[in-house]
Design a protein around this ligand. Structure first.
Ligand code: G6P
Length: 586
């Protein structure tokens, strides 16, 4: 996954593009580059590493058209040459690209037999050169069209032509959105890149090519016609996408959960009840997602199983093909995704639709590919989540799934009331006091090699999500288990002092307590999360009991713990190594 920004306006392009790229570093940050059209030349800078120090002030002269890219290497190692933009041999075209060109070898061979030379190891360098190849006979826009018709795979690209100053952008299965400001047009992989300048956006559809010249025009490659795309106003504001007084986005986003949960449950009642009706009507129900969103779907499945007679099957999106024989026009598939761009999720949607299943979504990013592929969707309304780890959007997903589950039982009002009451618990959990208290625990845990997390029933998905939070940001090995499973093998790894986090509900807790005693008696250091302190706990994290809504609260101290562990170990919690916020390649 990479970040793309393009700008055409009246201001200095490099001064606008570099800070905007910095806002997309969550999409990839192993190298970066920009290119601008300056007095009939394309000037560029390409560098390995992050945008740092003086980079942010790079000024490539008085140009007001340019493109930029922050890279997450998929094809070719991390070097200055492999960083984008890539230029055509004649220097007339520069391109930034996100995605993978599957037929790259064949296209490279074709270009080489036509005397084109390559300076990088990337598949992306094919694109400006193919455009140059076609530009011999046709205009830039047509050359871009012909180039894209030859490319196999998912992509988003932006190309600029030196001679005309035209920007041409296109997407297929990878996000790209236009920002329409006063006297300025932006193209970017994600909205925060241009939120400081405009909240007017145009979402591109797959196969769209947008041409930014004196006017802006749209063409769809698949339909082979000029198309119209509407300007939409988005609700997010620039402040939401900034760190404010927080050192990191992750901490800011954890602290925002009082508001994000409130917004998640402030939904159109009819929409929620509509989802509930669809669930009741369906012959079979699947909850499909990846990563943290999958843990939310597992939770949703447990909730429905516990409170209703609905058997909703949680499925990892990447494994969905194994369920395809069960999907027909009476099936309901609810996909859950923060970004709405995860390629495995989009593939699952495609497969479900091919089988005539009814597909709905719970999603955070308005205008994302997913919102266009499904029959209807519920927006999480969490605002932009910039930190790579899912925090506020996870609790929003749980809150929405809870509301749906209440609605399936015709208890929407009761559910809403319970969720509203929960918000004051969340307030206490995100307070400075709690954060300071958890800092102590982080100090105790910072040098450990392994952490285990256990929970039963609704606390089992929480155990899985907790382990994921800890390992992805602190790089400490963490594994989550259903309380009853640890003794089937992993208990062999428990030694004196091995930390084990245990989620203990107020009621029906005998079995998890007995699991805790099993590990405690082998020397485990027990970190208990629940409403009451128990003798066996070595460290107690108090979370007021919220019954079936416990999971929304119980994950919050773990998010904070994971954050402190990362900071104490010197890691950047917003950009954990090897991870991307949304995974748009297979
Ligand atoms: C990536 C992110 C995770 C996220 C997962 C699914 O791995 O790092 O935080 O849970 O993708 O993303 P989605 O946008 O589909 O919820």
């Amino acid at each position: 996954m990479c970040g793309i920004v393009a700008y055409k306006g009246r201001q200095n392009a490099s001064e606008i593009i570099v800070p905007s790229l910095k806002k997309l570093e969550y999409r990839g940050y192993d190298s970066w580059g920009i290119a601008v059209i300056n007095e009939n030349n394309i000037e560029y800078v390409k560098k390995s590493g992050r945008i740092e120090g003086e980079d942010i002030e790079i000024n490539l002269g008085d140009a007001n058209i340019g493109i930029g890219h922050t890279r997450w290497a998929t094809h070719g190692s991390v070097t200055d040459e492999n960083a984008h933009p890539h230029l055509s041999n004649d220097g007339n075209v520069a391109v930034v690209h996100n995605g993978i060109i599957e037929n790259y070898k064949e296209l490279k061979k074709f270009l080489e037999t036509n005397d084109f030379k390559f300076v990088s190891e990337t598949d992306s360098e094919i694109i400006p050169n193919l455009i140059e190849y076609y530009c011999k006979n046709v205009r830039f826009k047509t050359a871009v069209k012909r180039t894209l018709k030859r490319i196999k795979g998912n992509y988003s690209i932006v190309a600029i032509e030196r001679e005309t100053g035209i920007i041409c952008a296109s997407r297929r299965g990878s996000p790209l959105v236009l920002g329409i400001g006063e006297d300025a047009t932006f193209v970017a992989s994600d909205i925060p890149a241009f939120l400081d300048y405009t909240t007017n956006v145009v979402y591109l559809y797959d196969g769209d090519i947008v041409l930014i010249d004196e006017e802006i025009s749209f063409f769809n490659l698949d339909e082979n016609v000029e198309v119209k795309r509407e300007i939409e106003k988005i609700e997010w504001d620039a402040e939401q996408a900034k760190k404010g007084n927080f050192k990191h986005y992750m901490l800011k986003e954890i602290s925002e959960q009082v508001d994000s949960i409130e917004r998640a449950i402030t939904q159109d009642k009819e929409l929620i009840e509509g989802f509930a009706k669809d669930i009741k009507k369906a012959r079979n129900v699947f909850l499909v997602a990846c990563g943290s969103s999958y843990h939310a779907s597992l939770h949703g499945s447990y909730l429905l199983g516990k409170n209703t007679s609905i058997n909703a099957i949680p499925v990892l999106a990447s494994e969905f093909k194994n369920y395809i024989n069960f999907i027909d026009q009476e099936s309901l598939i609810i996909v859950i995704s923060q970004s709405g761009e995860t390629v495995d999720v989009l593939d699952a949607v495609k497969m479900a639709k091919e089988q005539k299943g009814k597909v709905l979504a719970i999603v955070n990013v308005q205008g994302s590919s997913l919102t266009r592929e499904v029959e209807k969707y519920i927006l999480m309304n969490a605002g932009p989540e910039i930190g790579v780890l899912s925090t506020k959007t996870y609790t929003s997903q749980l809150a929405i799934l809870s509301l749906i589950s209440y609605s399936v039982n015709n208890k929407y009002k009761k559910g809403l009331k319970a969720l509203k009451a929960l918000i004051k618990y969340v307030y206490a959990l995100t307070s400075k006091n709690t954060r300071e208290y958890l800092k102590k625990l982080s100090r105790n845990l910072r040098y450990v090699e392994h952490i285990y997390t256990i929970g039963r029933n609704l606390e089992y998905p929480t155990a899985l999500e907790s382990a994921l939070k800890i390992k992805e940001v602190s790089y400490i090995h963490a594994e989550g288990f259903a309380g009853g499973e640890l003794k089937h093998g992993t208990i062999a790894l428990i030694e004196k002092g091995t930390p084990c986090i245990v989620f203990v509900p107020e009621k029906n807790n005998e079995e998890i307590i007995s699991n805790m005693i099993e590990v405690k008696s082998r020397g485990a250091y027990i970190i208990g999360i629940g409403s009451k302190n128990i003798e066996e706990f070595d460290f107690f994290i108090k979370v007021r009991d919220a019954g079936e809504l416990n999971s929304i609260c119980q994950i919050i101290p773990i998010q904070i713990l994971a954050y402190h562990l990362a900071v104490m170990k010197g890691h950047d919690p917003d950009k954990p190594r090897n991870l991307a916020k949304s995974v748009t390649v297979k």
